[in-house]
Design a protein around this ligand. Structure first.
Ligand code: PLP
Length: 401
């Protein structure tokens, strides 16, 4: 499988201005106030995969488990619904139709947000998205349109139809002339990252400064104190699965914002057949994947990357790697069976970051290249649970994919 260190990574120093313009602290605060007010909001659990850590010879491995997020099964609930909120704020949802392309999870989030904020939703799904995932989207009252093609064909069709019909596109990926809403969607994801940091702070109780979990430090003095204490428990490494790159941008950008130069080493993990971010790292600019896009990790199956996300990921990620589909079922089973620590429901795309970690930790050269050792505190995100329960059940019971 492929692996590349990022020759353009900004190793030292604070958050670059270009990144703070995308993911700034005020934007995060605003998203947090909004999303925490939604019915059913609860921070998702942070689990300590202690068995995995000792098997891999690492200090600790923390898994932020998004499988229960708002009952939607993935972290995408934070971004898509926040995008809908952004366009309906101040004018209500009546008469508004929102639309997007999706590999499944983003469409579900937009459909759920549309129902919450009173607008109509039309979701475009490429061929590889299963009917169970389409049904989940319909269950929120959205209309599903099937596109005979890849994710990127669905993006184009959603954009074309939106122009024709006066609909508003809530996309998780950016493209030329369309940047603001994907930016807002990525800011929504940062809530998950802040929750993880808060949980880590609580893991080793802070003596002098212990912010309530629902509040950010209120002023710069407190913030400095928070950073100092957070440094004691902050992750040293983070492994993040990549599709268009929005998740990775949110994780890297927020950790950079919160921890400054002490931010963790970030490794991006993609399916071998959908490796646009890795190719972009090698080219030093956004490049499309040339893979088949056929992968069990359906949420990560896209050809083009998000140029806006790349602004953050291209500067902030330390390494890029791909993983093969074959490794995924074993990690899903290990997660479900409690072989890594407390059991959790890890979906096909959800465990990709963990799979990347396991492969790097077992490879002496890669391990050394990113300074992974028995003192490392690694953070990963289980970004989805059983978003297609039939498929999940077959894999976890051992029937294969
Ligand atoms: C479960 C899951 N994990 C990770 C991702 C990757 O996010 P992004 O496309 O923003 O890189 C997706 C995207 O749909 C997803 O559904």
């Amino acid at each position: 499988m492929s692996w590349t260190l990022n020759p353009n990574v900004v190793r030292r120093g604070p958050l670059p201005k270009a990144v703070s313009a995308i993911m700034g602290r005020d934007a995060h605060r605003e998203a947090r106030a909004e999303i925490e007010s939604w019915p059913g909001y609860r921070a998702t659990p942070l689990l300590s995969a202690n068995r995995l850590a000792s098997r891999l010879g690492l200090g600790s491995v923390f898994v932020k488990d998004e499988s229960g997020r708002f009952g939607l099964g993935s972290f995408k609930a934070l971004g898509g619904a926040y995008g809908v909120r952004h366009v309906t704020r101040g004018r209500g949802g009546g008469g508004v139709t929102v639309t997007c392309a999706s590999d499944g999870n983003h469409g579900r989030a937009v459909a759920w947000g549309a129902r919450m904020f009173g607008c109509d939703a039309v979701i475009y799904l490429p061929t590889h998205v299963t009917e169970a995932r389409a049904d989940a989207i319909r269950s929120y009252g959205a209309r599903v349109v099937r596109v005979d093609g890849e994710y990127d064909d669905a993006v184009e069709q959603a954009d074309r139809d939106a122009r024709r019909n006066g609909w508003t596109v809530i996309s998780d990926t950016s493209y030329e002339g369309y940047m603001e809403i994907p930016r807002v969607v990525m800011v929504g994801y940062t809530i998950m990252v802040e929750e993880a940091l808060n949980a880590l702070r609580a893991w080793r109780p802070i003596r002098e400064y212990d912010p309530p979990t629902h509040l950010l430090p209120p002023d710069p003095t407190d913030r400095a104190a928070a950073q100092a204490t957070a440094g004691a428990a902050a992750p040293t490494h983070v492994f993040i699965q990549g599709g268009v790159g929005g998740l990775a941008a949110a994780v890297i950008g927020h950790l950079w914002e919160a921890l400054g130069p002490d931010r963790p080493v970030a490794v991006i993990v993609e399916p071998a057949e959908a490796d646009g971010l890795l190719r972009s790292a090698r080219a030093g600019k956004p490049e499309a994947s040339r893979g088949s896009l056929h992968t069990i990790m359906a949420g990560l199956s896209c050809r083009e990357i998000s140029p806006l996300a790349w602004e953050v990921v291209g500067a902030g990620a330390h390494a890029f790697m791909t993983v093969a589909d074959e490794g995924v079922p074993g990690v899903m089973r290990a997660a479900a069976g409690g072989a890594m620590g407390p059991p959790f429901e890890g979906g096909e795309s959800g465990v990709a970051g963990l799979l990347g970690l396991i492969e790097v930790a077992r490879d002496g050269e890669r391990r050394r290249a990113i300074g992974l050792d028995e003192r490392s505190r690694v953070l990963v995100f289980n970004t989805e649970g059983a978003t297609d329960p039939g498929w999940y059940g077959r894999i976890v019971r051992g029937g294969g994919a």
